[in-house]
Design a protein around this ligand. Structure first.
Ligand code: FEO
Length: 168
């Protein structure tokens, strides 16, 4: 049994995960359009991973007997300026997600809702990995700057990302 306030916050988090998916798909479309096909693949896989995150929260709410109310998903941007700007936007977005998850974890602890707290800790750990991988990509893109060969190498590496394992 989860509280009304936690239910409301999990509806919001479910929407944020779907918004994350939508944002990564928009980023992927931008990269496809400028022929950074490796980055486009990486970002499309991230879109799939965010759908799995949303589904994990959805399944949890259903298991808790909650009538899930889905909210409108905000429109993501279509222009990002460069591949580096895409990944900077991704990092900023993930940092905001981490901050939200920390607030939710605090609420779960205050409410002694250990089941939801456990669910949220899975997401908190996932954020550490996501922020680290995006940070690494930003470092590489900053290193190569506008060097064509370097950008090609980074794009090739991004294109080798493996598909996410099912999390839900
Ligand atoms: Fe589901 Fe990238 O946070």
């Amino acid at each position: 049994m989860i509280s009304d306030s936690m239910e409301k916050e999990l509806f919001n988090q479910l929407n944020h995960e779907f918004h994350s998916a939508y944002l990564y798909l928009a980023m992927s479309a931008y990269c496809s359009n400028i022929e950074f096909n490796g980055a486009a693949r990486w970002l499309k896989l991230q879109y799939e991973e965010e759908i799995l995150h949303a589904t994990k929260i959805y399944n949890y709410l259903i298991e808790q007997g909650v009538h899930v109310i889905l909210k409108e998903i905000p429109q993501p941007p279509s222009e990002f300026g460069s591949v580096l700007e895409v990944f900077i936007a991704s990092r900023d977005h993930e940092q905001q997600m981490t901050a939200r998850l920390n607030v939710l974890s605090d609420l779960a602890l205050r409410e002694k809702d250990h089941a939801t707290y456990n669910l949220l800790q899975w997401f908190v750990n996932e954020q550490v990995e996501e922020e680290a991988s995006v940070g690494e990509i930003i470092s590489k893109l900053k290193l190569v700057k506008s060097d064509g060969y370097g950008l090609l190498m980074v794009d090739n590496e991004l294109g080798s990302r493996a598909a996410p394992a099912a999390t839900a």
